[in-house]
Design a protein around this ligand. Structure first.
Ligand code: CP
Ligand code: NVA
Length: 312
């Protein structure tokens, strides 16, 4: 059966752990993996813009001896009405892995249902699992472990909040989402994350109260207030989210050694103050770098190229 990567919760902790360990190896010994995707191709469908996802997937394939194709919104026939199903079936005859950044999560599910090669979710309105894979790698680098840590996300209950809830819960982390009224994470995702967390004695919380959400936080995480596709709501959201900016006062509600994380792109002066994102506790550029290592490991796992060059 073809293995897809649409949602972190579709994978168990052992499999995700194996990807993180491979990513750590690849980061430490990139030369050992120069040919691990030799002759393999990755198709990258983008319905939305991207810096990190596009470049890290493309460069990752190059570094492993493979090839990536950027298929932007106007490059293929989707915008002229070709179905996702036909797109997936045709691409499956050419490439070894498909990555897609889409609006509706159902779009990436449709691609996966019709593809005969693995499909990776490169962000949907519901989830952003590749980002959280890199974030878990970053947290472990900075804190030495995952299980038992507390991650406090502040802001919109969006795709990032959802994937952090699921990814954190899988690895035994306590995860809180502190959001303005009306912007809670999806109930079904919170319920799913709570079930996963409970099996590892961790806790999940959605709250409107900053003090409650930030209590004991080892990691403070935020994201834009208006995601891609919500540009028309931006002005209204600026008002509604104003009290939830991660600034020095919010960081002081967390543990004194808490780190600051953001998936980027960031809007300084909106969801985060300049001094926090550019301060000594911010690890946002390390997070961005780790997209490369985490995704190389993911592609190698899905395309069957996880062995170092020369091993049998
Ligand atoms: N964090 C992230 O996915 O960035 P891009 O939108 O630039 O890919
Ligand atoms: N929530 C943001 C994440 C960007 C990486 C968005 O969907 O635009």
């Amino acid at each position: 059966m073809v293995r897809h990567f649409l949602c972190l919760a579709d994978w168990n902790r052992e499999d995700l752990e194996a990807i993180l360990r491979l990513a750590e190896m690849m980061k430490l010994h990139p030369d050992g993996f120069r040919a691990s995707c030799s002759g393999k191709s990755l198709a990258m469908i983008f319905q939305k813009p991207s810096l990190r996802t596009r470049v890290s997937f493309e460069v990752g394939m190059t570094q492993m001896g493979g090839h990536a194709l950027y298929l932007g919104p106007r490059d293929i026939q989707l915008h002229r009405g070709e179905s996702l199903e036909d797109t997936a079936r045709v691409l499956s005859r050419y490439v070894d892995v498909i990555m897609a950044r889409v609006f509706s999560h159902e779009s990436v599910q449709s691609l996966a249902e019709s593809a005969s090669v693995p499909v990776i979710n490169g962000l949907s309105d519901l989830l952003h699992p590749c980002q959280v894979l890199a974030d878990l790698l970053t947290i472990r680098e900075k804190k030495g472990r995952l299980s038992g840590l507390t991650l406090a996300y502040v802001g919109d209950g969006n795709n990032m909040a959802h994937s952090l809830l699921l990814g954190g819960a899988i690895f035994g982390m306590n995860v809180s989402v502190t959001h303005p009224p009306g912007f809670a994470p999806g109930e079904s995702i919170v319920a799913q994350a709570s079930r996963i967390a409970a099996s590892g004695a961790a806790k999940v919380l959605a709250t409107e109260d900053l003090q409650e959400g930030l209590q004991g936080a080892d990691i403070v995480y935020t994201d834009v207030w208006a995601s891609m596709g919500q540009e028309a709501e931006k002005q209204e959201r600026l008002e509604l989210f104003r009290a939830y900016q991660v600034d020095r006062n919010v960081m002081e509600m967390a543990r004194s050694d808490a780190i600051f994380m953001h998936c980027l792109p960031a809007h300084r002066g909106e969801e985060v103050s300049h001094e926090v994102i550019d301060g000594s506790r911010s690890v946002v550029i390390d997070q961005a770098e780790n997209r490369l290592h985490a995704q190389k490991a993911l592609i190698a796992r899905l395309a069957g190229g996880s062995r170092p060059t020369g091993s049998s």
